[in-house]
Design a binder for this molecule. Sequence first.
Ligand code: NAG
Ligand code: NAG
Ligand code: NAG
Length: 253
Amino acid sequence: MWRLLPPTALLLLASAGTRAEGLPKAELSLSPEWDRLLEQDPVTLTCRGNRVEEDSFARWWHNGTLLPCQASSLSIAAARVNDSGEYRCRTNRSALSDPLRLQVVAAWLVLQARRWVVQTGDPIVMRCHSWKNLTVYRVQFFQNGRGKKFSRHNSEFHIPAATSEHNGSYFCRGMIQDRRNESSEAVQVIVLGVATPPAPPGKLAIVSLLPGLLFVLDTGLYLSVRRDLRRALKKGRSDTTTRSKSPEDKQEQ
Ligand SMILES: *[C@@H]1O[C@H](CO)[C@@H](O)[C@H](O)[C@H]1NC(C)=O
Ligand SMILES: *[C@@H]1O[C@H](CO)[C@@H](O)[C@H](O)[C@H]1NC(C)=O
Ligand SMILES: *[C@@H]1O[C@H](CO)[C@@H](O)[C@H](O)[C@H]1NC(C)=O
């Protein structure tokens, strides 16, 4: 779909990052929101700088190669497998965006999700999407090979609040136009543990200083105890030496 530009584009990509230092990162979004698609699906990528005024100009990279498109939206009317890969963009008033990975699959069915990595407690929404939106009957969702949900028509699967049990590999299966029994590829859904809020920096500094501090205190204590002990011993010794000048005492001193 895109006429590829020479590898000098890669240099531009590298300098685009440094030149735009201090500017907010551009934000890259998808419409429809699914990052896994089937061939022939339409998709539009939109690049937004962090400004109230809309940027009408953007630069686009696909797998590190500069694309000829300079509009703030990049429309793919009918996706192809080779449209898969990493997209980045930036506008005049924004730095290079984080990469967005698009995967175009040549298949009858694809499992789609809003996000593949969720936090515990977040909802998971999955969809069993068919090629050219052909009607799918008897849709079933599988987790780690076990059937989870069966539905005659509805091809969506909702998990209201994810737990570690929902972590795993998912695929869907259905009858396309009541004839073809087809399955999607399996995809990993990762449920992260409950997020622990990061410790405030002050506390963190104390925690990391603590072992050192204890060591210093310990050594100080040890040294002063040793000094006192020596003093006491010396005193005791001189007391005893004055009283009974034993030969061992003399040798030691
Ligand atoms: C993708 O493949 C088609 C042929 O199937 C070709 O015409 C097109 O230029 C390719 N696009 C890219 C970005 O390589
Ligand atoms: C979730 O699944 C992934 C891949 O299947 C695995 O690497 C990870 O350890 C799992 N995490 C939990 C908490 O079960
Ligand atoms: C579809 O095929 C699988 C085996 O690949 C089978 O277990 C399942 O029952 C079939 N579904 C229908 C609705 O025929």
